[in-house]
Design a protein around this ligand. Sequence first.
Ligand SMILES: Cc1cc2nc3c(=O)[nH]c(=O)nc-3n(C[C@H](O)[C@H](O)[C@H](O)COP(=O)(O)OP(=O)(O)OC[C@H]3O[C@@H](n4cnc5c(N)ncnc54)[C@H](O)[C@@H]3O)c2cc1C
Length: 371
Amino acid sequence: MNYSYWEKEYLLADIDFLVVGMGLVGLQTAINLKEKEPKAKVVVVDRHAWGLGASTRNAGFGCFANVSEILDDLENDSVENVYATIKKRYSGLQKLRSKFGNQNIDYQELGSCEIFTKDNKTYLNQGIDSLQGINTILYHELKLDNVFSYRSNNPLPNTIGAIHNDFEGQLNTGKLYDTIYEYTQQLGVKLYGGIEVSTWDKTDKIKVQTTSNYQLSTKNLILCTNAFTSKLIDEDVTPCRGQVIVSERVENLPCKGMYMYDSGYYYWRDINNRILLGGARNMDIDGETSFELASNETIITELHRFMNEQIFGREIVIEYQWSGIMGMGKDHKKLPIVKELEPNIFLAARLGGMGVALSAEVAEEVVGLMI
Ligand SMILES: Cc1cc2nc3c(=O)[nH]c(=O)nc-3n(C[C@H](O)[C@H](O)[C@H](O)COP(=O)(O)OP(=O)(O)OC[C@H]3O[C@@H](n4cnc5c(N)ncnc54)[C@H](O)[C@@H]3O)c2cc1C
């Protein structure tokens, strides 16, 4: 297909900032750019009609930390990096809430709860032993008192104890994406789906090549391509697929709020009288290292078993099932990558498994490098 004179010379011409990726990071990057430079032409492109990676397929945990993850991360990364990531998530969550409104995104601060069974009693003991130390650091970093607390009673089957974080909340992923998408459009940012960037060339301007064989030219290029970044450039970002299931509607749910189990490998929450459950990636790490939005039957079967036995204590019908792709670093690295790749070309990626809250912070950071 040849693009028309009008498309070439008007719709896609004279771009000041071309953002690649219509996920939460790409959209908020465009918002920050347009707010700082109202006259600039800001265009966001995505290979799909709308962002189709993680941002419309996640569980909606407005989360920043859980004890098992902190203990795991401290074994693999520096103390500075572990707490810097938590601080970014917490600060990002507050930004999302204040900019887009608790009501619009359906934010409910019901807290989160990490449960333990006799199978992971050792983790529970390690968690309890570390609570005070972690709470002290978090007090200094976030100015929040007693972020984590231990409770022995929990209504879920087989549970021997739980560690709570009362400062986290759940949100509605669909409403969050919709609100941000609408906000972006209202500012006059152009959002074009169905354009996949393949390469670029830099002379006086940046000439961006797409898979539909058309060239876009822009003064600045910002890659917000998360898991898919390593298809374009050599960076430490690995695609990690995650599976999600949602139960039938049930009158009296066994739990409300956000829950985790097995170092966060299993996570669930209530949504409209249903339970949304995701995870179990550790059952097939190799199989889930994939760019494809596909189902993994071994994991879906395990999630269904977990839903029946650990959450409801009875057989439950599954009505929705999907997957999404996260971008993770090797060796458990959690800090996102935000940097200038070369003059006028930037990267904001590797949001990991708790990227919703992080997205606001990362978008602000990358724009800070530009303007
Ligand atoms: C199953 C699942 C559950 C999750 N649950 C939670 C949760 O409860 N809480 C939480 O905080 N986080 C969660 N996350 C993580 C969170 O969703 C992500 O970290 C966050 O959405 C990342 O946003 P992003 O904009 O960086 O990436 P994405 O939303 O993946 O956006 C990247 C976009 O770039 C586009 N793209 C890539 N390459 C190209 C190209 N060459 N040309 C054009 N377009 C391109 C893609 O199509 C995609 O739309 C979850 C993720 C998954 C998969």
